[in-house]
Design a binder for this molecule. Structure first.
Ligand code: CTP
Length: 403
């Protein structure tokens, strides 16, 4: 999944021959899962038709303040377009438009939207080589970079004039890669590796039966999603669940038993910066697993159980640089018990769920947590969706990483 998935991309097209390449650009954004709206300067319509772009973007194309096609003369709101966008890309960006942007001119819809936009602005210049080299153009680049606009440099090659040199708009694929990389490198968890455990474990009794629990895995999957969206590479080790997650930064390792989760967690722990153990691991498992299905005979059946390995405690024993986070589900003396667990298992943070809180714990879509760190700081959060709880936890982790 691309980091652009779900993002609102506003594409501003100005009057350069490279405008013909914006058809591919729109297609690539859509393929990456982004939503696209297009603004064209009036002169750019000589190079590519609005019909092509509205068809590909699945949205009407805007080029004037008042919609020409609509007999009721709907006003194209540049402020709304600017607010809608997560990213504003101006490609191709001509010397004329760049100069106007640098000087605050707003004599068309694209420029007025540029002045209103609050999101990151990228521009991909395209012009003939002498225009690209001109001091006035260089000055525009400098001013726009000073505005924190991001330049996607032109490349060298044959130009529309027949001359060869610098000034060709970057290719659509390269523009997309440039933006993706730029977004990623600015994410707070870029370069960090996470291990997350999620879901229940199933402990076999015989080939068809097991001891399990009601954990849905939702909390762990939400944490994995939030961490990955913030740039972390995540190894998600999960017991059997109905959750699914498709994200290019998340590697899912399915396991069944506590022993399998233990082995997988130890395999990856050395390579990670942060480990979050949210799985509801079985504390006990049948001592003997029957090789064949147990037949019903007597009126009672006794199973002898033995302790499983405590994955969290075993990672606490060997941890070096890693930040280690555990969960605690308590029914009484919650804070004391959670603090004791944090110390005993050598954790950096513990996330406490109290079964006395309505809407907390497993199964549901909400959770109410208190997060305690090893210095004794306690943050009590309101009842929230598990997505919001995951965001709070990741923020706490960021505070601890940066502390
Ligand atoms: N955990 C684990 N391996 C186990 C059992 C629990 O990694 N075999 C982890 C869970 O993923 C969670 C925390 O330990 O992060 C939960 O511990 P919990 O079950 O509440 O506490 P225990 O230490 O098992 O103590 P008790 O059940 O007595 O409260």
């Amino acid at each position: 999944m691309s980091i652009l998935s779900g993002k609102n991309i506003l594409l501003g097209i100005t009057a350069g021959i490279a405008a013909y390449k914006t058809a591919s650009l729109v297609r690539l954004f859509i393929k990456a899962g982004a939503h696209v709206k297009v603004i064209m300067t009036p002169a750019s319509k000589d190079f590519i038709t609005p019909l092509t772009l509205s068809t590909l973007s699945k949205n009407p194309v805007h080029s004037t303040f008042v919609s020409e096609e609509d007999e009721n003369a709907v006003w194209n709101n540049h402020v709304e377009l600017g607010l809608w966008a997560d990213i504003f890309l101006i490609a191709p960006a001509t010397a004329n438009t760049l100069s106007k942007m640098a000087n605050g001119t707003s004599d068309n819809l694209l420029l007025a939207t540029y002045l209103s936009a609050k999101c990151p602005v990228y521009f991909a210049p395209a012009m003939d080589l002498d225009m690209y080299k001109h001091d006035s153009t260089k000055n525009s680049f400098k001013i726009l970079k000073g505005f924190k606009n991001i330049m996607i440099p032109a490349t060298s090659g044959e130009l529309a004039s027949g001359l060869v040199g610098e000034g060709r708009m970057a290719e659509p694929e390269d523009i997309i890669t440039f933006i993706e990389k730029d977004i990623l490198k600015k994410l707070p968890l870029n370069g960090k590796r996470f291990l997350i455990t999620a879901g229940p474990t199933y402990e076999a009794i015989d080939p068809v039966r097991f001891i399990g629990n009601h954990s849905s895995g939702k909390m762990g999957f939400e944490i994995a999603k939030v961490a990955a969206n913030q740039g972390a590479e995540v190894v998600l080790i999960t017991g059997p669940t109905h959750q699914n997650l498709s994200h290019s930064f998340v590697e899912i390792i399915p396991v069944t038993s506590a022993e399998e989760m233990y082995v997988a967690s130890h395999k990856h722990f050395n390579d990670v910066d942060v480990a979050i153990l949210s799985a509801a691991v079985a504390d006990y498992r049948p001592k003997q697993v029957a090789a064949k299905k147990i037949k019903k005979k007597d009126s009672t059946l006794t199973l002898e159980l033995e302790k499983t390995k405590d994955i969290l405690a075993s990672l606490g024993d060997i941890k070096e640089k890693q930040l280690l986070i555990g969960f605690a589900l308590e029914t009484n003396n919650e804070l004391e018990n959670a603090k004791a667990k944090l110390n005993k298992k050598n954790l950096d943070l513990i996330v406490l769920n109290s079964l006395q809180d309505k809407g907390a714990g497993f199964g549901g879509t909400t959770n109410k947590v208190t997060i305690i760190n090893k210095n004794g700081n306690i943050n009590e959060y309101d009842l929230k969706s598990k997505t919001e709880v995951a965001k709070d936890l990741i923020n706490e982790i960021l505070n601890n990483i940066n502390a």
